[in-house]
Design a protein around this ligand. Structure first.
Ligand SMILES: Nc1ncnc2c1ncn2[C@@H]1O[C@H](COP(=O)(O)OP(=O)(O)OP(=O)(O)O)[C@@H](O)[C@H]1O
Ligand SMILES: [Mg+2]
Length: 354
């Protein structure tokens, strides 16, 4: 979703607003590997965002301003941002339409949106792009990726950016940005399942040339921490520390931690299986999912990769979005913090790759 603006040639940075952490990355275009010029993150109170709408932009702006002015590494000099929208609140769908003129296509997309999206059309911003197809199938049909975002959410983001003294250049779902970062860095050729395991949810995308399907499971890393607080009778800070340190990997506490969070993990696995099955039943050639690309802050939890591999039997790559980026002269990034920036990097890549 492009916000029409005049200064097209000004630099843009990637700005990912999560449930309680915003991450930002600026890249400088470079042949053979873009240079990172700055990156960082800031936490904000979780209740400042409600149902995807930024309810308290002043509080978030207050938390973000110092982090943007003095990021963890380098500098954020751009005043325009490519911004992510929460997957759970945005409707995306691939529409298969007969070949038609551009004007007819616009009408057809709006007509289809009315059928599929359970929200009044006046409350939405609708955008679409044609998906590249082989020459043969392009004669028979056009696949169009439709995105419908609630106006209340988009308008609340624009208000926040006003307060930050920044402009919104473009908006897309976090999964669209993540697949760009992952596929660009890991060059996966096979049908992939991308899982963004964040703080409040695990978002999923099936990717084969384009995003074919998305889903969201309302369980994230914070739910695992909360389950440990309840079951082990410890404080949230202690629970988080233990989760980061031991996770569900080998340790003296493994069985206790597992007991606390296994219910949540089993639900995540069951939902992932459902999405894969749904996709396979509907895809033309019953495509196998060849890899699971795991990302988001919770991807760093010790033992998670082994657990998911055993449960799903799909080879797992913990996506490293930094692979093809140059970070010369910047302080070294903690390996465990790498997956957290995937969305912000994908957003920044949209601009430098275009
Ligand atoms: N090393 C680690 N081990 C275990 N969990 C971790 C680690 N690092 C971060 N997390 C967890 O990752 C979550 C934050 O991830 P992320 O920054 O991707 O979320 P978010 O983008 O703010 O949220 P969401 O995508 O759900 O809106 C938190 O629940 C945090 O506890
Ligand atoms: Mg996120």
């Amino acid at each position: 979703m492009r916000v029409p603006l005049i200064y097209r040639d000004q630099p843009v940075f990637g700005f990912d607003i999560g449930s309680r952490t915003a991450k930002f990355v600026q890249l400088h275009p470079h042949s053979g590997g873009h240079q990172v010029t700055g990156y960082g993150y800031a936490n904000f109170p979780v209740d400042a965002i409600a149902e995807g709408i930024i309810a308290d932009p002043e509080r978030i702006a207050q938390a973000l301003k110092p982090a943007l002015a003095h990021p963890f590494a380098g500098q954020i000099s751009a005043r325009r941002a490519a911004v992510s929208l929460p997957v759970a609140k945005v409707f995306t769908r691939i529409l298969r339409l007969p070949p038609m003129t551009a004007a007819d296509l616009e009408q057809a997309v709006h007509f289809e949106a009315e059928q599929y999206v359970p929200v009044p059309m006046n409350d939405l911003y609708i955008d679409y792009e044609t998906v590249k197809a082989s020459l043969k199938s392009a004669k028979q049909h056009t696949d169009v990726l439709m995105v419908a975002a609630p106006r209340a959410i988009v308008d609340s983001y624009i208000k926040l950016f006003d307060l930050l003294g920044l402009e919104v250049d473009s908006l897309e779902t976090s999964l669209a940005a993540i697949t760009r970062a992952m596929i660009s860095a890991n060059r996966s050729q096979r049908t992939s399942l991308v899982v963004d395991f964040g703080s409040k949810s695990a978002d999923l995308a099936i990717y084969d040339q384009v995003i074919r399907l998305t889903g969201t499971i309302p369980i994230g890393g914070d739910d695992l921490t909360e389950a440990m607080v309840k079951s082990l009778g410890i404080s949230p800070d202690q629970a988080q520390e233990i989760k980061y340190k031991f996770g569900i990997g080998d340790s003296g506490m493994q069985s206790k931690i597992m007991e606390a969070i296994e219910g949540r993990l089993t639900t995540v696995v069951a939902e992932v299986k459902k999405v894969v099955k749904y996709y396979q039943e509907r895809s033309e050639d019953k495509a196998e999912v060849g890899t699971l690309i795991l990302t988001g802050g919770s991807a760093s939890m010790p033992g998670l990769v082994d657990y998911l591999y055993k449960a799903l039997n799909i080879p797992i790559i913990v996506g490293n979005p930094w692979l093809n980026l140059a970070t010369k002269k910047l302080p070294k990034l903690d390996k465990l913090e790498a997956p957290m920036y995937t969305t912000a990097i994908g957003l920044a890549l949209r601009e430098v790759q275009a």
